[in-house]
Design a protein around this ligand. Sequence first.
Ligand SMILES: [Zn+2]
Length: 566
Amino acid sequence: MRIHVMAAAVAAVGIAGVSPLMADEGTTARAKKFVAAHEAKFKPLDRRAGIAWWDANISGKDEDFAKKEQAQNAIDAALADHVAFAEVKELKEASKAGKIDDKIADRCVNVLYLAYLEKQVDPELLKKIVAKSNAVEKTFNVFRAQVNGKKMTDGEVREVLKNEKNSAYRQAVWEASKKVGAEVEADLKELVKLRNEAATKLGFKNFHALQLYLNEQDGPELIKLFDDLDELTREPFTAAKREIDEILAGHYGVKADELMPWHYHDPFFQESPAVFKASLDAPYAKADIRKLCSDFYAGIGLPIDDVIPRSDLYEKPGKSPHAFCTDIDREGDVRVLGNIRNNEYWMGTMLHELGHSVYSSKNIPKELPYTIRAEAHILTTEGVAMQFERFSKSRGWIEKMGLKLEDTSAFEEAAKKVQRNQLLIFSRWCQVMLRFEKSMYENPEQDLNKLWWDLVEKYQGLKRPPMRNAPDYGSKIHIVSAPVYYHNYMMGQLFASQVHHALCRDVYGADTDPNAVTYIGDKRVGEWMKSKVFAPGRLYDWRGLTRHATGEDLSPKAFAEDFRAK
Ligand SMILES: [Zn+2]
């Protein structure tokens, strides 16, 4: 509401303005007309795609997946429209020159310009890119690690890495799982070339720079942020890894300095190995996770009673095994897909997905136009989801929600350690992903095998297997199917910490320890989140929203405080 009033005031100035503004009135009107026409065209297309996406994930049927693809193609085709792009490009120029007098229309033009720009790739080239990336994804889908003539699924590989004691067998399985890298290497290199070609045709240095631009981000700024994060996490990470290494070395009967990459519990050392004893699952063994979520979100003034009946929260044949939240129509039809089981993972996951659901058109004012009636950025909605997800490991939260803890202090110690280690380990892994992709698109001809291991050694503290010269980066599917995306997860974590700290300061006072705050039953939390984070929708970009919500630019400061990394 507040925003609407402010925008109306801005618009009123434009209308009442004297001659210098007259010239702009036409441009502003043109901008509004373009935005309205776009919305009229895209609302039904988006809704159809949203429902098709939902249906396909629930049923798993080929015909539903075909409908989903059709619906997505219709959107892509509409965004590829040259005439509409020429118009929005002109309006974008006008915006740059300050000729659009309405703040909301101005923002809509900038948001839409990026959406159209992304699809302005030469159709023949786009076809080649899609075909190449499909080919690589198919190779991933059918690839099975093979050890001693036996084929293993991804799940079986992970089982071995979690439980196997024999180092030689671990090594064999790890190496077998990396062979997919060699299988996709040639296609992936070709794909990188094609993506760069598309980007340079649009006037960008390379595909990485284009992707960042489309997401309102910038290379040097990102590297500076990740350099700061590197500084703040290096020592605590090294200490945490030392502790983990000691325990792992004991499991395998080797010395800590003999540990190799195959001694960790997942293929990339992106997760905290499960080496701390107390079970985080125990308090959730008999809990009603759906009800806990409903009670918690209602208690903080962000009820989800309307989301739950539309959602699909338990396992079913054919259904996607993952979890996500989707805003179907930006009119409040918000749904969550989940596969709840009675453990800590699903408690955290449901808090996470329902966190996305409260930061949606449910709580973003209807007065905002459709184009910006959405989260400010992928990193801000991931951040909000992570802010709530963290409670599943909080002793205080669990107890206040009425769950029983057998050994309170053992749980607290283990949960704190796992929380902290996970974030530290994940942050070091994100450093590798960001820096590798940036460098790969900037200089695809370099020795990528070496680049990968240089970064893994530097940021994750793992040992490069002697004499190894293989395209191990190629075994990470995100590099193919979700390029230049990973850094947003990390920035989401920074956003989560920074927003939580600002909320604690504003609602509970500057002396409050943010680690002791659980939000439970406090409606001021919902009010604060609505006005500081949800209300602007996409009116601000992620930088503007961070400042609006917290009073500061996004930084790793609060994140580091959370994990006493200072
Ligand atoms: Zn999420």
